[in-house]
Design a protein around this ligand. Structure first.
Ligand code: UFG
Length: 334
């Protein structure tokens, strides 16, 4: 069966994937430079190699030393706003280092890659819900770098036979229902953890970025998908690639239902029993008004079906994690 190498496996989504792969009985190697990830997030059964996926020598050693059959490539920079301010960082981390990994994988004879892509590849979608047939038209360097790597995967598949699945996540949210792992970013920009953090830690109210969008209440609409459902999709994609049921493709991963920023604030208030402090703010550059996925292709071809689809339940798992870990993993100063 061979081992699975998970780059970025100490991160928020990566750590949930590692857990699921271990439950499946897979040998798991995590390659993570711990710039965003956390040592404590890596489950005991996995081997952590600390380093950069663009480090060819280290990668060569990992791929030569272990029987790595598959790679789940998660390591990346993933903030839209930061990508506009510092595109060099995004091209380096997401494209240059990704290509080093892809080429190392080809030379080592790795069978295929499950790639962490994003709804950001679509930019401002022409139609809703968004299907994979819609053209990629990113509006920021983050989305550009994700589609660039997806396209490289396509050409590598054609020339060298490396199989792949590009999983285009919508808004990852929630935490493992066990309460053991969750979201802990050095600079938290995401809506749900910001609202929960404001309730737990006080401090400045959370800005509502724009109330003049063409939506019912004027705030942006997003498709929030539970992190354990994203993790499950990776296991399903790996199984589909391994069995030969698919050999290449892009798949949207969402819940199929959109919630406005105001609705998320109300849900947080209901779940926690407290009204999070918010304040009106201008639009955040690069935010599309509405992003809602059609995950029909993933449902049909991978057997993807969210197990925690209700926003209340998603928020409740996040709330448990944040309440029980007010300092996150406690490995960095806030
Ligand atoms: N928002 C606020 N206030 C905040 C934080 C967010 O109003 O303090 C709003 C945003 O404007 C947006 C919504 O809440 O409308 C969700 O924002 P997040 O930052 O939680 O998530 P994004 O939709 O910006 O980002 C997600 C992924 C990215 C991906 C992007 C696709 O995290 O990786 O979707 O556009 F690129």
């Amino acid at each position: 069966m061979g081992a699975v190498l998970v780059t970025g496996g100490a991160g928020y989504i990566g750590s949930h994937i590692v857990r699921r792969l271990l439950e499946e009985g897979r040998d798991v190697i995590v390659l993570d430079d711990l710039s965003e990830g956390h040592r404590a997030a890596v489950a005991d059964g996995a081997t952590l190699v600390e380093g950069d996926c663009g480090d060819e020598r280290l990668l060569g050693e990992v791929l030569a030393g272990e029987r790595v059959s598959w790679i789940v490539h998660m390591a990346a920079s993933s903030l839209v706003g930061e990508s506009i301010e510092d595109p060099a960082k995004y091209y380096d981390n997401n494209v240059a280092k990704g290509l080093a990994l892809l080429d190392g994988a080809r030379r080592a004879g790795v069978a295929g890659i499950v790639f962490s892509s994003s709804a950001a590849v679509y930019g401002d979608p022409a139609d809703l819900p968004i299907t994979e047939e819609q053209p990629a038209a990113p509006t920021n360097p983050y989305g550009e770098t994700k589609i660039a790597f997806e396209r490289a995967l396509g050409w590598y598949r054609r020339a060298y036979g490396t199989r792949y699945a590009s999983l285009r996540y919508f808004n990852a949210a929630g935490a493992h229902p066990s309460g053991g792992i969750g979201e802990d970013h050095a600079r938290e920009t995401h809506l749900i953890p910001r609202l929960l953090g404001a309730l737990l830690r006080g401090g400045a109210p959370v800005p509502i970025f724009g109330e003049d969008y063409p939506t019912a209440d004027g705030t942006c609409i997003r498709d929030y998908v539970h992190v354990v459902d994203l993790a499950e999709a990776h296991v399903l994609a790996l199984a589909a690639l391994e069995s030969g049921r698919i050999d290449a493709g892009a798949f949207n991963l969402g819940n199929g239902e959109g919630f406005s920023v105001r609705e998320v604030v109300d849900t947080v208030a209901r779940v926690t029993g407290s009204q999070p402090p918010t304040t009106r703010a201008p639009r955040r550059p690069g935010d599309p008004a509405i992003l809602v996925a059609s995950s029909a292709r993933a449902a049909k071809r991978l057997g993807y079906r969210p197990s925690i689809p209700r926003l209340e339940d998603i928020v409740a798992t996040a709330w448990r994690w944040h309440r029980e870990h007010p300092e996150g993993y406690g490995d960095r100063a806030r």
